[in-house]
Design a protein around this ligand. Sequence first.
Ligand SMILES: C[S@@+](CC[C@H](N)C(=O)[O-])C[C@H]1O[C@@H](n2cnc3c(N)ncnc32)[C@H](O)[C@@H]1O
Length: 213
Amino acid sequence: MTESTPATKGLVLHSHARYYDFVVRMLTLGHGGTLHERLVELARLAPGETVLDVGCGTGSLALAAKARVRADGTVHGIDASKEMIEQASRKAQRRRTPVDFRIATVEALPFPDRSVDVVFSTLMLHHLPRPLRRACAGEIGRVLRPGGRVLMADFQAPARQRGGWLGRLHRHGSVTVEEVRELLVSTGFRVLESGPVGVGDLHFTLATWEENR
Ligand SMILES: C[S@@+](CC[C@H](N)C(=O)[O-])C[C@H]1O[C@@H](n2cnc3c(N)ncnc32)[C@H](O)[C@@H]1O
């Protein structure tokens, strides 16, 4: 784990790391575990696969992915926030689950070309300015093996548009499914499936990285 915080124009969460899991529990009305199980299912994870979670936050999804790919699968999680990676590493140690968490940015992934089967990007895209979203999608394509998959999931509508106390508490941004589809297709992915995740207004897009790019 590198110690310094890398430079990025993305919105990096530092002090939020301490109460991030609490906010997720509130936003999902206590169904955070169900959300992560659903996301690994939607990504069609299989035993033995190599998985990368970009902008992994406190690592809950990466840990759920590790349970799905089992002992012969490998899971990496990266986040630009030292505090998030520290929380994620502590959680992995407590659960005695071997997941490799590192401080890094999505625009410069510290992984070789064609080395990963599945990439997750959940609730992360809305933290990036538009030009960085393109760089992020390009980096994901670079590290994916031909035929590999990316699962992106994000809020459809900004919280302030939905109103209510959650909206006032958590003023998050959003990225529509149409925007995600355009981003992925223009980068060279083929969309396999998209739709509601089934938790809040989260929507997902599953796409594959084509061989003949
Ligand atoms: C809302 S959190 C999502 C965390 C987790 N993926 C989830 O689904 O709960 C967004 C994360 O993206 C990270 N982030 C923002 N910009 C980034 C960048 N350029 N590279 C890597 N991580 C970044 C933030 O530090 C934060 O932990």
